[in-house]
Ligand binder design. Structure first.
Ligand code: BEZ
Length: 223
């Protein structure tokens, strides 16, 4: 099945969206980008997800991440659904959301990007789009991909958290440990020798002693 793997360049597709026709690379410009797909308009889980995404838009903007959603159904449906999403958020029920929604009524893009969920089908028996999260870097390459089935809603706080990790680790030779949050200490990556690590991280490198005697658990404050 076609799809995208880490390191692949985003396809430069053209699409109709609620913010007009776009070419994906022009839309991304030099920013980071997040593309999240949805099974269908006017569905409950998707409505809660897009409501949360809209509320978090200022956080994504702060991180220089352009957001774009995709759902099967056409632009008119997306615009009518946007009113419901704003009402769900307790906001004025306008057609305006802080990100475009791609119309993929024929599922061409969903097929190209490997987004279909074989277990969830519409009334005509056609597979629905799964809940995919793609994060692209400013080089337009895929940095992160998470795939949820249609029946499991995403956690957008987690998506912001992984964006923080991606942006930090793109700039520094560190990795983020389990449950890491912005401001927590980070790990020195294994390929950096100790003497280089000391120079790279002047705030100090703390190595945890382990039964193996191997010195691979090296922490440093978040650069
Ligand atoms: C939903 O968004 O609620 C949904 C869509 C497709 C299958 C299951 C749930």
């Amino acid at each position: 099945m076609p799809g995208l793997l880490l390191g692949d360049e985003a396809p430069n597709f053209e699409a109709d969206t609620t913010h007009g026709r776009i070419r994906f690379h022009d839309f991304l410009g030099d920013s980071w980008g997040i593309l999240f797909s949805h099974p269908r308009d006017f569905t409950p889980v998707c409505t809660t997800e897009l409501g949360r995404a809209a509320k978090l838009a200022p956080e994504f903007r702060k991180r220089n991440v352009k957001m774009i959603a995709l759902s099967i159904d056409d632009v008119n449906d997306h615009l009518a659904w946007s009113k419901d999403i704003n009402a769900y958020n307790g906001d004025e029920p306008t057609e305006k959301l802080p990100f475009p929604i791609i119309a993929d009524a024929k599922r061409n893009l969903a097929i190209q990007l490997g987004m279909l969920d074989p277990d969830e089908r519409d009334k005509e028996g056609m597979p629905l789009t799964a809940r995919v999260v793609f994060v692209f870097g400013p080089d337009k390459k895929l940095k992160l991909s998470i795939l949820y089935p249609a029946t499991t809603g995403r956690n957008f706080d987690e998506i912001l958290r992984v964006v923080d990790s991606l942006q930090l680790t793109a700039k520094n030779k560190v990795a983020t440990p389990v449950d890491w949050k912005r401001g927590d200490r980070v790990m020195v990556i294994p390929s950096i020798p100790d003497d280089e690590a000391k120079k790279l991280f002047p705030e100090g490198v703390f190595t945890k002693e382990l039964p193996s005697g191997k010195k691979y658990l090296r922490y440093t404050p978040q650069p």
